[in-house]
Design a protein around this ligand. Structure first.
Ligand SMILES: O=C(O)CCC(=O)C(=O)O
Length: 288
């Protein structure tokens, strides 16, 4: 395939203008809006001041002091693309992922020591808002997915995290039979104990790529990374993030984390995150 063909604009479905927007509230969560994101009717929803100031400070210091925080090597400053506590299913077998989850239980408990884990608290409230719908960890062979993971991106370029979607990675043949493979729509729950102003915004493009576009770009089982050029015709939306925020996004849409220069005295951006989606029965699963 020629490089010109590979760089054709990405095709797929898009949200109507009424849905391709950011909804915002302060402090309290509007779970009607959360379900709209979960079911693909709304692009993004930001709750400012969701995490209390003492919890923000405690989670940040637990993260940076943790002996379990590890570098993920790749494209980033000094060859490190991120510092991470917690497990990710991406590019692993189900067994590898679930073994890492089990081995990391203590590290995750320590990360939230002395605080209310904001991702779990949010999901409990989502469950209370949806009577009759189970909200639970994805499971396989009697083992369960992780509750969340913590990430500090370490890339100073145009993007801290390149454009990608969160759906394609669920189809990895390495995870055949894992129940997350039955999920058709992904909602990412992202909470930020710290985030500097003027950097690290989320950018969403109004396209849920189709299989043909992913195949053309060689992204069938990863959804990462979409070249910026293939998104040029799509409308985009930028979501500012500040320390204390919780943001849910429609992860089927292509999205990225912008770079930017936060300045030398700014806090480092810290993300707490988990993916969610409905299984065929309508129950809500989570994984990392
Ligand atoms: O860092 C963020 O705010 C979002 C990260 C993200 O999109 C991802 O991990 O898939």
């Amino acid at each position: 395939m020629s490089s010109e063909t590979a760089m054709l604009p990405v095709t797929g479905s898009e949200l109507p203008a009424s849905g391709f927007r950011l909804h915002q509230t302060d402090g309290e969560a509007d779970f009607g809006a959360v379900v709209d994101v979960l079911d693909g009717r709304l692009a993004a929803y930001r709750i400012t001041n969701f995490i209390s100031e003492p919890d923000r400070r405690a989670i940040e210091s637990n993260f940076w002091e943790s002996i379990h925080r590890s570098p993920r090597y790749g494209e980033g400053e000094d060859g490190v693309e991120a510092y991470i506590i917690g497990a990710s299913h991406i590019e692993k077998t189900t067994d590898q992922y679930l073994s890492e989850v089990a081995a990391g239980t203590r590290a995750l408990a320590d990360l939230y020591a002395g605080t209310t884990d904001p991702i779990s608290a949010f999901r409990r409230r989502l469950g209370a808002h949806q009577p009759g719908v189970a909200v639970r960890a994805a499971r396989h062979g009697g083992r369960v997915a992780a509750d969340s993971k913590a990430v500090c991106w370490n890339n100073a370029g145009e993007f801290q995290l390149l454009p990608h979607d969160d759906l394609a990675q669920l189809s990895d043949p390495l995870q055949k039979g894992f129940e997350i493979q039955q999920v058709r729509r992904v909602m990412a729950i992202n909470a930020y104990p710290q985030a500097p102003a003027g950097a690290g915004q989320l950018r969403l493009w109004n396209v849920e790529p189709d299989d043909a576009s992913r195949a053309r770009l060689g992204l069938t089982h990863s959804g990462y990374p979409y070249p910026h050029a293939v998104l040029r015709d799509r409308q985009s939306l930028t979501v500012e993030v500040a320390g204390g925020d919780l943001v849910v996004i429609n992860g089927n849409l292509v999205h990225a984390v912008l770079g930017g220069d936060p300045g030398p005295c700014s806090p480092r951006r810290l993300l707490l995150t988990a993916f969610t989606g409905r299984d065929p029965a309508g129950d809500i699963l989570w994984w990392t």
